[in-house]
Design a protein around this ligand. Sequence first.
Ligand code: AMP
Length: 417
Amino acid sequence: MPEFQTSPGMRDVLPPESARWRRFVRTFDETVSAAGYGQVVPPLLEDIGVFHRVGEATDVVTKEMYDFVDKGERHVALRPEQTASVCRAFVQHRPATPWKVWYAGPNFRYEKPQRGRYRQFDQVGIEVLGPDDPFLDVEVIALGWRFFQMLGLRQVTLTVNSLGEPADRTAFVAALRDHFETNIERLSPESRVTLAKNPLRVLDSKRPADSDVIASAPRIADFHSETARSSFATVLDGLRALDIPFVVNERLVRGLDYYRFTTFEYVGGTLDSAQNALGGGGRYDGLVEDLGGPATPGVGFAIGLDRTLLACDDEGVFAAREQGVDVFVVDTTGGLHALTITDQLRAAGISADRAFENRSMKSQMKAADRSGATVAVIIGSDEAAAGTAVVRPLRDGGEQTSVPRSELTTTLRKVLS
Ligand code: AMP
């Protein structure tokens, strides 16, 4: 065992998996750029206050943050999520609204590591600040849905709910507290602790002991104001108009405290139930204000990269691909020709690799095969003397040809096209 290994819940991402990660982000970029979203790159580290504003009653903020005091005596934290950072950036820079942005990158949460749950995990997401329009909620939900389709995932279920206006939510939380306190002896010890902090979160409990009390709990829909009711109906109508299937889940409250109106989750069909949320989001009117900005409605989602790729593995889609080069240069004369030819090809936009250590012809040809290249360019002493190169197709059995060095790039372009 080597002395140093990755810390618990942290992983190295090696090729070809790392290329799959890039393709994941590129696919996301293409999906949301086509809808007018621009990328925002917030720092990994923020003043801890930014995250405290988000939810002081959530485990993410109270128990799981990687926080420390830096050399300038500032209390900072590695971001556990990026919505708060995006809103902090909005307040700091005051861009024109609607501000439509996307992000991609790692977050940190000190959780118990298991399949689909890590201490460093990546998310892609979008946020829109400004418009207060349920059709925007539909756009946001639909973009996440389209992204899963682009990946090829078929077993994703969209669940939606509305937490209503802040006053609806407050009345609902009070009724929930009453209900759970009346039935406290039937709740699991864990849920009793949660109840003291935030009764909404008790609804998240998947412990069998809690299921009866949760089933008989008050329902959020009974607390919806007229505005909340009509906004939710518009969202559902919009989803129907786009033929996006959904399930209304009245228990969907989501972990963070800042949600209002629409909340939603994309649930994977193949993962363990504790880790089957591929992503989720909702409307969070109020967060920008909490961070010191003007009252600004917001809506967005975050999708977990690690977990979504596990779902892709389970469904056999969006597989990692071995990356090859176009050309492998074999040089048995010492290696200087391989140096100049690979450089010339790369400059011309043809990917090229070579062997080192002046190996034998046989060993270099083996390396050419392993490289996945389509064509080998071979330089022996005859070719070196004549100023030519042999072009040998490696895959589909075409004839090899000898070409002047000055025509090599043109010939290769033809062979590769
Ligand atoms: P959240 O920010 O908690 O709403 O999470 C959004 C998505 O991020 C989840 O649906 C997961 O896909 C992913 N996620 C959250 N926490 C973790 C974690 N510890 N490890 C891996 N993925 C995570």
